[in-house]
Design a protein around this ligand. Structure first.
Ligand code: CP
Ligand code: NVA
Length: 305
């Protein structure tokens, strides 16, 4: 079981492996397919969605087809998962039919349960706690626009949510520093920051002005994530953390603006910023496809020698 190449979270894989996965995605994007034209011919990926998705669903489906493979999509409502079949039994059954499983779910315990009982690789397509595929795409995008990751300063502004947690995981692996400005009650788990710092990550909680000062990359996400029930309280607490032109003016002049999308325009980010010249959000969305082709190749085939 331990030799199965899961993609569960960025803190669970060595830095070198993550960099190699990104390089695989870069090669696929550049048209230099290291495993040939259709390396996943005859392979099937199951996609389980217990929450909505546009980018994750389409990018995994298109990516698999471009690599020669196929997908089967299960929504909780239209499968027996929605009627209470256990994750463990679902893992054991799907493993008899498919070659890998991607899951978007609520609590990460479900992801880990799936990985425990599956005999094929499991990929995290977002949980309440993290979103590692998104951050692989983000890192690919930043590298394209800035030429490097190491030594850059990222500013995370707003809710200390699942996406921010994967940025924290990535900091020690890729050598960027991460300043986070999040209101009380909506900060990321302090344990995550301590663990990343112990591994050499430069992550700190700070105020918005300090986070933005000298930032090369400004990132935010929605204030109310899927499954959050305290929408009114969130909107009030997070209102001062809007990324608008005044906020962008505090970052480096050539800073890029990122957002995993979907955006709630004129809440966490104003139209002029997300549609402005510093925004790279659609490159970022496109790179879900390319970065995940690297993840798929790693999970199915391993890394090229
Ligand atoms: N960013 C992202 O994961 O988008 P979807 O929810 O549309 O998959
Ligand atoms: N934080 C958001 C990300 C969506 C891709 C959510 O979990 O809803």
């Amino acid at each position: 079981m331990t030799d199965i190449r899961h993609f569960l979270d960025l803190d669970k894989l060595p830095s070198g492996t993550l960099k190699d996965i990104l390089a695989l995605g870069d090669s696929e994007k550049a048209g230099n397919a290291p495993f040939g034209a259709k390396p996943l011919a005859g392979k099937t990926l199951a996609l389980i969605f217990e929450k909505p998705s546009t980018r994750t669903r389409v990018s995994f489906e298109v990516g698999m087809r471009q690599l020669g493979g196929d997908v089967v999509i299960l929504d909780a409502d239209s499968s027996q998962l929605g009627r209470g079949e256990t994750i463990a039994d679902t893992a054991r059954v799907l493993s008899r039919f498919v070659d890998a499983i991607m899951i978007r779910t609520t609590d990460e315990s479900k992801l880990l349960e799936l990985a425990k009982y599956a005999t094929v690789p499991v990929i995290n397509g977002l949980t309440d706690q993290s979103h590692p595929c998104q951050i692989m795409a983000d890192l690919m995008t930043i590298k394209e626009h800035k030429g490097k990751l190491e030594g850059l300063k990222f500013a995370w502004i707003g809710d200390g949510n699942n996406v921010s947690a994967s940025f924290i995981h990535a900091s020690p692996k890729f050598g960027f520093s991460l300043d986070m400005a999040c209101p009380a009650g909506y900060r990321p788990n302090q344990g995550l920051i301590e663990t990343a710092s112990a591994e050499g990550g430069k992550v700190r909680m700070t105020d918005m002005d300090s986070a933005l000062a000298d930032a090369d990359v400004v990132v935010t996400d929605c204030w109310v994530s899927m499954g959050d029930e305290d929408a009114d309280a969130r909107m009030e607490a997070l209102a001062p953390y809007q990324v608008n032109s005044a906020a962008m003016a505090k970052a480096n002049k050539d800073a890029i603006f990122m957002h995993c999308l979907p955006a709630h325009r004129n809440e966490e980010v104003t139209d002029d910023v997300i549609d402005g010249p510093q925004s790279v959000v659609f490159d970022e969305a496109e790179n879900r496809l390319h970065a995940q082709k690297g993840v798929l190749l790693y999970c199915f085939n391993g890394l090229p020698s």
